[in-house]
Ligand binder design. Structure first.
Ligand code: SD4
Length: 320
């Protein structure tokens, strides 16, 4: 039997007996539900589609899927879905993932010619025994599940790629001017939280490169007891710090969503020990009470929020 002395020792370490982590009382960080938040200002139109679902008492998972699909279908968004900039070989390769309120997840990476990778990711979660499918396998799975093959390289994106071929310089400067990867988190009326993230990744990347967006724990993480976080920015840095998982763990430790996001951006700077010039990475987070926040490394990032106060983009604090 656990003696009182041992119980005190474990709880002092933030652990309940048997190693179960304590969930701190988060009532300090209350918000409203339902609510949807998404990355960048471009998230506003995606929020509209998500709100359609949430405002009718719908399911958070349906809301995030419907929301991010708006940007997957938007040919003017150069970093998501159709119209996304291709890799060095002129191929548009897509990464996406989704997580539900039970912490179940599905993901696809390096997938070509399928316009809605987030919906394929949901099928992976719901109709396969796996969490992640990549490349040709992901495409075959999509085709088997009724998705259609289409060309995702638009004339505009192809023309930009051809211009890039003249210089062949790879400088993934990521900020508002050129990046709109969409990450979204929603909490529905019933308190169910879900998240999704979808991107065509860094323009002119090496063929086969996969960023943080489809990696559970890097681009997206949901802990059913705590809340969720999603990332955007230079994927390599976000992967190296397991960024979204870190944000959720910081909320578990008692930090507000904004503080938790700040800690994750600081971790990227610390880890790269001074080699992070020009790196942009940003996180947004939502807890189970509907409180949200965001933080970025450099200026220029907004969290787009829709709750009963309406739909708006809110600039976040930044480190540099
Ligand atoms: C990636 N994180 O593939 C993505 C890029 C991004 O806005 O967020 N762009 O590295």
């Amino acid at each position: 039997m656990l003696k009182r002395k041992d119980f005190l020792k474990t709880t002092a370490l933030g652990l309940l007996p048997f190693g179960i982590p304590m969930v701190p009382n988060q009532t300090r960080f209350t918000g409203k539900k339902p609510v949807v938040i998404s990355t960048w200002r471009t998230g506003l139109s995606a929020n509209e589609a998500a709100w359609e679902v949430l405002s009718k008492g719908g399911y958070a998972l349906d809301a995030v899927e419907a929301g991010v699909k708006v940007e997957e279908a938007n040919k003017d968004n150069k970093t998501v879905g159709i119209g996304g900039y291709p890799d060095r070989e002129g191929k548009v390769t897509l990464d996406a993932c989704i997580m539900d309120e039970r912490g179940e997840c599905g993901s696809v990476a390096f997938m070509q010619n399928i316009k809605h990778p987030v919906s394929v990711a949901r099928k992976v979660m719901e109709e396969s025994p796996h969490c992640m499918l990549v490349g040709e396998g992901a495409k075959l799975f999509a085709l088997d599940h009724g998705f259609e093959e289409e060309d995702l390289l638009t004339p505009d994106a192809e023309a930009e790629w051809k211009k890039w071929l003249d210089q062949k310089e790879y400088k993934p400067k990521i900020n508002i001017e050129n990046h709109d990867t969409i990450g979204m988190l929603a909490l529905d009326e019933k308190g169910r939280i879900s998240g999704a993230c979808t991107t065509s990744g860094a323009a002119w990347k090496m063929h086969g490169r996969v960023g943080d967006s489809p990696i559970i724990g890097a681009g997206l993480f949901i802990d059913p007891a705590i809340g969720g976080a999603v990332a955007t920015g230079l994927g390599e840095e976000i992967i190296k710090t397991a960024g979204s998982h870190l944000v959720v763990e910081m909320m578990r430790a008692g930090h507000s969503p904004e503080e938790a996001c700040k800690i994750a951006t600081e971790r990227i700077i610390e880890r790269s020990s001074g080699n992070s010039e020009g790196v942009q990475a940003a996180f947004i987070a939502l807890n189970k009470e509907g409180a949200y926040g965001g933080y970025s490394i450099v200026e220029g990032f907004d969290v787009s929020v829709y709750n009963t106060d309406g739909n708006r983009a809110e600039p976040v604090q930044y480190l540099i």
